[in-house]
Design a protein. Sequence first.
Length: 144
Amino acid sequence: MTVADYPQVTQVTREFTQRWGVADRYDYLEGDFHQVDFGAGRFDLVILGHIVHGEGAEQGRRLLKRVFDALGEGGMLLIGEFIPNDDRSGPAMPLLFGLNMLINTDSGDVFTLREYREWLKAIGFKKVTTIPAPHVSPLILAIR
């Protein structure tokens, strides 16, 4: 398993993996994920948990493309985000979170399942589905 995050965050991860006796199962890509080289075809699964909303549409699509390139054939991308319905009329939590992003970031926003599907398919993912989760929004699973 590889963790990609800032050194301050991976330090916490290291502490937990050591505490639970699984530290030998982890590698680390430390730094700003905008600049860290993910490699090509390196991963079977990438998880983006509440990352894309802070990036905005343009940077979010760039990140998704970089993840696509880092996945091996048949690799999977799992996305957890607050997702409003396609006409952006609900549910309340994703809409309020989107408002928070619009107020407090340069380009952050929430994106609909339709937008994610369009982006992921345009990048080259073969299959895009959702997985129900005990959360406001489903998880998005994209297969390369």
